[in-house]
Design a protein around this ligand. Structure first.
Ligand SMILES: [Zn+2]
Length: 465
C-alpha cells in the first residue's frame, strides 16, 4: 500500500461524510471516533478460542454501554464454556413487540505473531488503515454496532420496539454461544448481522455496490473411510485402499452438481450482471437466469471460483490420511470432503449423491457434525431492503444495493433455521485486495468508520422508528 493510494482511499470515503479532508482517513465524527476507540480496545484483547478472553472483552464493552446511559439490567453476559455471549437491550416504546436484533461476534481466528508484520493483538494505525486480528472480522462489527447504539442513546432516540445487540463469542469455531444466544433471542422479529454483506470498493477506492447477505450455503463435511487387511507391499493383491480412495476423490472433484436458481440467487445474479466487468460473465448470468439448462452459461459461470458456488452445490476433497509404513499395503485411509450445499437441498441428499459418485460400497461415507445447520434463505423483505438502500444512499447516492448468498457459515444460520429473517448488512466498504479476514495482516480502512456508523444509525432508525 503506497501513501498515495491510502490518501485517495481516505478522500474517497471522507467525501461521503462531508467531513473535512484528513490526511490519514481517521474518523472526524464523534461516533466514528468512538467506533475507532472501541475497535482499538477490542483488538488488544486476544479473543482466540481457548484463551478465555471473551468475558474480558465483554466487560470492557459493558463499561462503555454503562457510561453511555444503558442500564445495568439491560446488559447481560451468559457464559458458555470458556466463552459466552453478550446482550445489550435498548428499550423501545412497545416493550411487548418482538425485538429487532443486531448481531456481531467478539471472537477471532488464531493469529501467530511471528507470521505477522505487526503484532496481531496490538492495534496499529498506519497508512490510513487499522491493522490487527479482528480489525475486520468481526471486531469492526462489534465497534460499529456499539458506536451506533451509543450514538442513538446520546441523541435521546427511543425506538418503536426493543433493539437487542447480541454479540457471540465463538462464531469462528463451535458456535455454541451463538446457538445459545439464538435460543435466548428466538422471539426476534428480524436480525441484522454486522458480520456479512458489506460494501465493495474498486481498486481506486470508488464504491461499486453494497451487498446484503440474505442467505448462505449449508456447510457440510463428510468423512470417507476405507479399510483392508493390508500386507507386505512386495506382495500386492487386488486392493490398495489409498488407490481406491484416490479414484473416489477424483470422481467427486470432477462431479458437477445440478445448477439451481432461487429467488435470492436470481436477484444476486441480476444485480451482479449490471456490475461485473467482463461482458461474457454478465451475459452468462442473464442467460442462466432465463434458462438454468443453458450449457454455455453454466460452463462460463462454473469456470469462475467467484460464481461457481452461486449456481450449484460444490464438494471438494480437503484432507486425507492413510497408510502406516512405506513398505506396507495400507490398512486404512480417511478423507474429508467439504461441501457447500445450495439452500433447499438437504445434507442427506448430498450424502446419497456422494455415494453414487463414489460408486464403491467398500468406502463408507459419514456426515461429520460440527454444529452447523441446514440453511434456508431469508425472503427479500421490502421494508428491510428500503431501509438499507436509504442508509446506503445517504452516504453514496444511487449506489447499487445487491442481495447476495454467501458460501457460509455465519451466525445468521442459527436464526434462519428458526424461521427468523436475517440479513448481513456490514456497513463497511473495502477493496477486495484489502480483505484479509482470517489471514495475515488483517486491516480495515479508517475512512470507512464515519460513514459506517452513520449507515448503521440510519438503518436502525428506519427499522424501529
Ligand atoms: Zn466473522
Amino acid at each position: 500500500m503506497t501513501r498515495a493510494a491510502a490518501l485517495s482511499l481516505a478522500s474517497a470515503l471522507l467525501a461521503l461524510t462531508a467531513a473535512p479532508a484528513h490526511a490519514e482517513g481517521e474518523p472526524q465524527t464523534r461516533c466514528g471516533k468512538e467506533a475507532l476507540d472501541i475497535l482499538k480496545e477490542a483488538i488488544e484483547v486476544p479473543t482466540v478460542a481457548g484463551r478465555g478472553n471473551v468475558p474480558k472483552l465483554a466487560e470492557k464493552l459493558k463499561a462503555r454501554f454503562l457510561a453511555g446511559g444503558f442500564s445495568e439490567k439491560d446488559i447481560a453476559f451468559t457464559p458458555v464454556g470458556e466463552t459466552g455471549y453478550m446482550t445489550v437491550r435498548y428499550p423501545g416504546r412497545d416493550r411487548k413487540a418482538k425485538p429487532l436484533v443486531v448481531i456481531a461476534h467478539m471472537d477471532v481466528v488464531e493469529a501467530k505473531p511471528e507470521d505477522w508484520e505487526r503484532d496481531p493483538f496490538t492495534a496499529v494505525i498506519e497508512d490510513g488503515y487499522i491493522f490487527g486480528r479482528g480489525s475486520d472480522d468481526d471486531k469492526s462489527g462489534v465497534a460499529i454496532g456499539s458506536a451506533a447504539l451509543l450514538e442513538l442513546k446520546r441523541q435521546g432516540w427511543v425506538p418503536s420496539h426493543d433493539i437487542v445487540f447480541g454479540i457471540s463469542g465463538d462464531e469462528e469455531t463451535a458456535m455454541a454461544s451463538t446457538k445459545a444466544m439464538a435460543q435466548t433471542l428466538s422471539n426476534a422479529d428480524l436480525v441484522l448481522n454486522i458480520d456479512a454483506g458489506g460494501g465493495l470498493l474498486s481498486t481506486d477506492n470508488k464504491p461499486l455496490f453494497f451487498g446484503v447477505q440474505a442467505g448462505e450455503k449449508t456447510y457440510a463435511d463428510y468423512t470417507l473411510t476405507m479399510s483392508d487387511a493390508g500386507g507386505h507391499s512386495s506382495r500386492p493383491g487386488s486392493v490398495d485402499v489409498i488407490a481406491e480412495m484416490g479414484a473416489a476423490l477424483d470422481a467427486i472433484w470432477k462431479h458437477k452438481f445440478t445448477p439451481r436458481l432461487s429467488p435470492l440467487t436470481k436477484a444476486y445474479l441480476e444485480g451482479s450482471a449490471a456490475q461485473v466487468a467482463d461482458p461474457k460473465i454478465a451475459k452468462a448470468m442473464r442467460d442462466f437466469i432465463a434458462d438454468q439448462t443453458d450449457a454455455e452459461a453454466i460452463a462460463a459461470l462454473s469456470a469462475e471460483p467467484e460464481w461457481i458456488g452461486v449456481i450449484r452445490t460444490t464438494c471438494v476433497p480437503t484432507m486425507i490420511e492413510g497408510g502406516h509404513a512405506p513398505n506396507a499395503l495400507p490398512q486404512s485411509v480417511t478423507a474429508n470432503v467439504n461441501c457447500r450445499i445450495f439452500p433447499g437441498t438437504s445434507r442427506d441428499e448430498i450424502k446419497a449423491e456422494l455415494a453414487k459418485i463414489v460408486a464403491n460400497p467398500k468406502i463408507a461415507i459419514a456426515f461429520k457434525d460440527n454444529g452447523t445447520l441446514e440453511s434456508i434463505e431469508s425472503p427479500l423483505d421490502d421494508k428491510v431492503m428500503a431501509a438499507v438502500t436509504k442508509a446506503v444512499h445517504e452516504n453514496v447516492p444511487g449506489l447499487a444495493v445487491i442481495p447476495n448468498m454467501s458460501a457460509g457459515a455465519t451466525d445468521s444460520m442459527h436464526f434462519r433455521s428458526q424461521g427468523i429473517r436475517a440479513y448481513g448488512v456490514t456497513p463497511t466498504y473495502m477493496r477486495s485486495e484489502d480483505s484479509f479476514a482470517h489471514g495475515l495482516n488483517e486491516r480495515l480502512p479508517l475512512a470507512t468508520l464515519d460513514p459506517g456508523v452513520k449507515q448503521m444509525v440510519s438503518m436502525l432508525k428506519s427499522l424501529a422508528q
